[in-house]
Write a protein that binds this ligand. Structure first.
Ligand SMILES: [Zn+2]
Length: 406
């Protein structure tokens, strides 16, 4: 991103298939390309990044099994963002709020009562948003689209982009487009999965080819700074297992909140070559061995283990640890998921309808969306599951079922 040529390795997770390469169960097995999955860090700007870029056509095939993944944490977070903006910045009905990568309009629905809104979204989700009454443009966000939107709708007071900056190859064009759209005194708010939380809570399973970059405040500040933006405030938020919400502006008179210096100081341990990153590599290995030991012991007692939910990150965990269909019988997804009837990537572990969980009563349910296990556990118990739970990361552990055993 900064032009520095040589990057330092942080951790290598093997050759992995794309996380959404999910073969249909009825199809015969065939070859599946796998790609080196290595996390690197730049010694100059401290941006963590994936070492190999996979062709977007392979990563996002036409039958990409898209799931919205709109968890309660995410919905609460967007409502909180709107309240926070209204409190700290204040919006009038004349102001315009634009969301980049607006999906089905969930974020903007919180702003609609406060101001004018516009979503920009490349997928068919834009139509869903329009049907909900949230004005959305179906387009990839480019500098040309930014100029067109500015001509038609005027300058925005607020531009938001949540969970967007990790995925897009031409990130400088995106920031340039945001600068085009934004009023000179306007505020750009981004939310990104936080590299500090990735390292701290061992979320190596979020390392996969769809995620090109893993931001710290320092590396994000460097990116925005190249386009004249100054970060003036940062908040830690719980989405995706730990994210940062970063406020930036080109308004020179805006003062800097103490939160910026505080987080930058914390990040001094997160830089290339730091003991923390060297230790991270060892912790990833120890965690893999501990999970294998745990399931080895369970299988030795003849116990049955299933997976719960098939988020993208599950693929990295399953393939790096080396869980196969002999260990993990199947993965359960909620009814209606387009992943049901397919195999987990790189394996022949089938994805099945969660309705079977309480009928079959396996002994253990392994949370693959382990970062929200506290949200999932009571739901599974209410549905009648009697078995215990495994939380695989950061340290593999068993969580007993809270239901009285009959
Ligand atoms: Zn760099």
């Amino acid at each position: 991103m900064c032009g520095h040529r040589s990057l330092e390795p942080v951790v290598f997770l093997g050759y992995q298939v794309p996380v959404n390469a999910m073969r249909r169960i009825e199809e015969p097995l065939r070859d599946e390309p796998a790609f080196p999955t290595q996390l690197l860090i730049c010694p100059s700007c401290d941006l963590a990044q994936i070492g190999f870029i996979v062709d977007q056509r392979l990563l996002f095939p036409p039958d990409y099994p898209y799931s919205t993944g709109t968890t309660q944490i995410l919905r609460t977070n967007f409502a909180d963002l709107a309240r926070e903006v209204q409190r700290s910045i204040g919006l009038s009905h004349e102001d315009l709020v634009i969301d980049i990568g607006s999906n089905d309009g969930t974020l903007l629905s919180n702003f609609q009562v406060l101001s004018r809104v516009l979503g920009i979204e490349p997928t068919l989700k834009a139509q869903v948003a329009n049907e909900r009454g949230i004005r959305s443009l179906m387009a990839f966000f480019t500098p040309a689209v930014a100029s067109q939107v500015r001509g038609e709708h005027g300058l925005a007071r607020i531009v938001t982009a949540t969970n967007v900056f990790a995925h897009i190859p031409q990130i400088d064009e995106i920031v340039e487009g945001i600068a085009t759209l934004l009023d000179p005194e306007g505020v750009f708010i981004s939310e990104s999965h936080y590299f500090g939380d990735l390292v701290r809570t061992l979320q190596y399973d979020t390392i996969y080819h769809e995620h090109l970059r893993y931001y710290s405040l320092r590396s994000l500040k460097a990116l925005l700074g190249r386009h004249g933006f100054r970060v003036f405030r940062v908040q830690r938020i719980p989405t995706h297992g730990g994210s940062i919400r970063v406020y930036a502006t080109r308004n020179a008179t805006c003062g800097e909140d103490a939160s910026v210096a505080a987080l930058l100081a914390e990040e001094e341990q997160l830089c290339a070559g730091s003991p923390l990153l060297r230790e991270f590599r060892k912790r990833v290995l120890r965690s893999k061995l501990a999970l294998l030991a745990l399931v080895h012991e369970m299988k030795g007692r003849g116990k049955r283990i299933v997976g719960i939910s098939a988020p993208s990150r599950a693929s990295t965990l399953i393939n790096y640890v080396g869980l196969d269909e002999g260990v993990l019988e199947c993965v359960f997804e909620i009814a209606g998921s387009s992943k049901i009837g397919r195999y987990m990537p790189g394996t022949v572990i089938p994805v099945r309808d969660e309705a079977a969980l309480s009928l079959e009563q396996p002994d253990y349910a392994l949370f693959l969306s382990w970062h929200i296990w506290e949200e999932l556990k009571p739901t599974l118990e209410q549905k009648g599951f009697n078995g215990d739970f495994i939380v695989p990361l950061p340290d593999p552990r068993i969580i007993p079922n809270s239901r009285a055993r009959g």
